[in-house]
Design a protein around this ligand. Structure first.
Ligand SMILES: [Zn+2]
Length: 775
């Protein structure tokens, strides 16, 4: 019987932990449409993810062999035991194989809340097999022994069945700041690399008149929209409301009633009119006549439908649910008011029970002040000069309904910009020189539902289900995942992480790309205002900072194209600035391991909005997952915060990520002012008697185009790439003395030396790379 009840009791639905052995298994879970949180964490024995599951759904997953554990609150991570165990294993595995090559990716220390200091290390071994064990040792400051800080075994990180690199499950606490870390492989190789500082860039202390902290409770979409409307009225010189052209379906649905207990004898009815438009006034009765051999008949009086059930010779009911459904469908008056269906596609051979007149209900619990009409979505546009001449930034929040903190982030940012404009010079620079579009709630219908009916609602409310899953017990599972409804790398294109077939899947992509008005509105805005160059898609939870590409095909982990070398470095550079802004509020450090392209740190999300904006319109977009794990110094564990933490915590998350959004605006401002050309140089990095290896270094994120055949470099020439995921610059090897010609272009399109790649001048850079006997 219905498992997810459409009621406020939630019927045992909870946020549970699932541990899968590897990414391949996680991809299976993801492609099954399980209602996953945007969160994953390496744990002993695999990867921990969180899913919203009813008791039946949890049981179904267990039956399929998934390790479904308890609710997320109590985490007994076995990090210490694990380190000990792996150290023992590494001894056993220390059968010397062939020496491997170790490539350091990242080695960083950072401070987070409670003045706790952490170490994060990522290293790639050329030996990709599971028997390769890497151990990291670090010092405890300058002139201390190389292993005086501690030693730990690293975890092997695999994705879609492929080895990626080694890292720690979570950053390790350190008492003193390490200067170097030494990574040793059980194959006998060892490297020592410097540990650099992650985040904590010095930020100017805010002007003492700077005001912040404008959100003091969780807000529903009606209140949020009222709030930005009133802000635009208060600050007409520097802001306005943009009405989006597509109204949502609205916080409304059909009224329904269900009769019966066993599936074969159950039927349900759905009103043709929405509940709020007359559906809630309908009633249906299944009446047993007290006579033998009575025929099945239907009578409609006004809004009341009475079914007189058939009886046999002994005056017992003989109508099956199928027969009642057919009789209701055949009656013109009844079928004008409602549709009738058997339960979830059942043949309906069971005899029904009598039922007194039962009112149909849409079962929506929001007060009458929440409109049941299609919702007018609004964007608050902030800027002194709103004529399209300034660089545009699109900040949007709450694509997923249950992520209650996210609209507070957008609202807080809007308030800070408007209320500090007259008193803070830095705010004035942002507002005077940028065109800022703030959309606090992308998914208003789903969010109203999450507030008043079913708090774990992720999708919008639109029912695309056929009669087989249109029953009242499926109502909490209807809707489209708006962040899977876009057109690039979508499930319709074969990418992983959304369902095109199950209307009740947690990641249902909709009946087609851009089927939903909410998704159409996002695209409309970015097309209508082509000056938008940056975007931020804010979700919760886990503390992630991500950028495109965001999807892959599971077979072979075929990724959407990675961004180019210069853009990737721009994203990393901006991360330092933006995440330091987040950190400036209460110390929260987003981990290096939770920073990067989406599939490198989370999982494939087919048809998400950031990919849409980047691949179709070149908008550099990020995704925040607000709500970083909280470190508990007593238990020495990180704990997940969930979708709707107590407001005191939600408030802190809104404050710190609003600071992050301001950091994005600062990044956009620097981009808009950037008229300085990049400077690059050629560095020889290795020589043998028969070859020379070199690369380029550049003083800012930029792309390098080069030729090795003496020709004039153009934008069609080979482009410098990264040597691999999270690795450094490509190394180029030549086997004979070569004249290298090149130029660099930064992200704001400034070309080194003012060189014109399409022109005739020869003011590119050039250098002869010699190949000669080393000695
Ligand atoms: Zn989300």
């Amino acid at each position: 019987m219905p498992d997810r009840q459409s009621s406020t009791t939630q019927n045992g639905v909870a946020l549970l932990r699932i541990v899968v052995p590897d990414q391949t298994r996680l991809d299976v879970l993801n492609s099954m449409g399980v209602d996953l949180a945007e969160y994953k964490k390496d744990v002993d024995g695999g990867i921990e993810v969180h899913a919203v599951l009813s008791p039946q759904e949890a049981q179904d997953l267990r039956n399929l062999g998934f390790d479904v554990r308890g609710a997320i609150s109590d985490q007994t991570d076995l990090a210490e035991n694990k380190a000990q165990r792996q150290a023992a294993q590494s001894l056993a595995a220390a059968v010397a194989g062939e020496a491997d090559k170790l490539t350091p990716l990242r080695a960083e220390w950072f401070d987070s809340t409670d003045n706790q200091r952490f170490l994060s290390v990522e290293v790639k071994s050329s030996a990709t097999d599971a028997e390769t064990v890497l151990t990291a040792s670090w010092d405890s400051g300058r002139k201390t022994a190389p292993d005086s800080g501690g030693t730990a075994t690293m975890s092997r990180f695999t994705d879609a069945g492929q080895y990626m690199y080694h890292r720690f499950n979570s950053p390790l606490t350190v008492a003193e700041t390490p200067t170097t870390v030494t990574i040793t492989s059980n194959h006998g190789t060892s490297i020592t690399v410097p540990v650099t500082k992650w985040l904590g860039d010095k930020r100017k202390a805010p002007n003492k008149h700077y005001v912040s902290d404008f959100v003091d409770h969780y807000m529903d979409p009606t209140e949020l929209t009222g709030r930005i409307t009133s802000l635009a009225r208060q600050f007409p010189q520097i802001s306005e409301i943009v009405d989006l052209p597509n109204k949502t379906n609205g916080y409304r649905r059909a009224a329904q009633a269900q009769f019966g207990t066993a599936a074969a004898s159950t039927l349900y009815v759905s009103s043709k009119a929405f509940g709020s438009e007359g559906g809630n006034d309908l009633s249906v009765a299944l009446v047993k006549p007290d006579v033998a051999s009575s025929p099945l008949s239907v009578k409609v009086t006004g809004k009341d439908v009475v079914v007189s059930l058939a009886t046999d010779e002994s005056a017992a009911i003989s109508s099956t649910s199928r027969q009642v459904v057919d009789a209701l469908s055949a009656d013109a008056s009844a079928s004008a008011l409602l549709t009738a269906s058997t339960y979830r596609g059942n043949a309906g051979a069971g005899v029904v029970a009598a039922a007194t007149a039962t009112k149909l209900s849409d079962n929506l619990k929001a007060p009458a002040t929440i409109s049941r009409a299609p919702f007018q979505q609004k964007v608050l546009r902030i800027g002194k000069k709103r004529d399209g001449s300034k660089v545009g930034v699109f900040l949007y929040c709450q694509e997923h309904a249950r992520e209650w903190v996210t609209p507070l982030v957008c609202t807080e940012t809007a308030e800070r910009l408007l209320r500090n404009y007259s008193r803070d010079a830095q705010t004035r620079k942002l507002v005077d020189n940028l065109d800022i579009f703030i959309m606090p709630v992308v998914n208003p219908d789903g969010a109203h539902y999450s507030f008043y009916d079913y708090n774990m609602q992720r999708k919008n409310m639109t029912n695309h289900c056929a009669a087989t899953s249109g029953d009242p017990g499926s109502r909490n599972s209807w809707g489209v995942d708006l962040n899977r409804n876009f057109t690039v790398g979508s499930a319709f294109d074969g990418y992983d992480g959304a369902s095109t077939t199950s209307c009740t899947s947690g990641t249902f992509a909709g009946p087609a790309e851009l089927s939903e008005p909410e998704a159409k509105n996002e695209v409309w805005l970015t097309e209508k205002y082509p000056n938008i160059k940056f975007a931020m898609n804010t979700h919760s939870y886990g503390g992630y900072f991500m950028w495109p590409p965001g999807a892959y095909k599971a077979a072979g982990r075929e990724l959407l194209p990675r961004v180019d070398f210069g853009t990737e470095n721009f994203f990393w550079d901006a991360s330092g600035h933006i995440l330091s802004a987040v950190q400036s509020y209460r110390g929260t450090a987003i981990w290096p391991g939770r920073t990067g392209p989406v599939p490198d740190v989370l999982y494939s999300a087919a048809g998400n909005s950031a990919d849409e904006h980047w691949f179709n319109r070149g908008i550099m977009g990020w995704d925040f997952e607000v709500g970083a794990d909280l470190y508990n110094p007593t238990t020495k564990q990180f704990q997940a915060v969930g979708f709707q933490p107590e407001f005191s915590e939600g408030h802190e998350e809104a404050m710190e990520f609003a600071s992050g959004q301001i950091g994005i605006l600062e990044t956009a401002l620097a981009f808009s002012k950037d008229d300085k050309a990049p400077k690059s140089k050629l560095d020889v990095t290795g020589r043998t008697d028969t070859s020379t290896t070199f690369t380029f270094s550049i003083n800012e994120p930029a792309n390098v185009y080069y030729t090795l055949d003496g020709s004039r470099p153009t934008l069609s020439s080979p482009k410098l790439v990264s040597s691999g995921m999270r690795e450094g610059t490509q190394q180029i090897t030549v086997n004979k003395t070569t004249q290298v010609r090149w130029f660099s272009v930064d992200i704001a399109s400034n070309v080194e030396n003012g060189y014109k790649p399409a022109g005739n001048n020869n003011n590119y850079k050039q250098e002869k790379v010699e190949v000669r006997k080393v000695r």
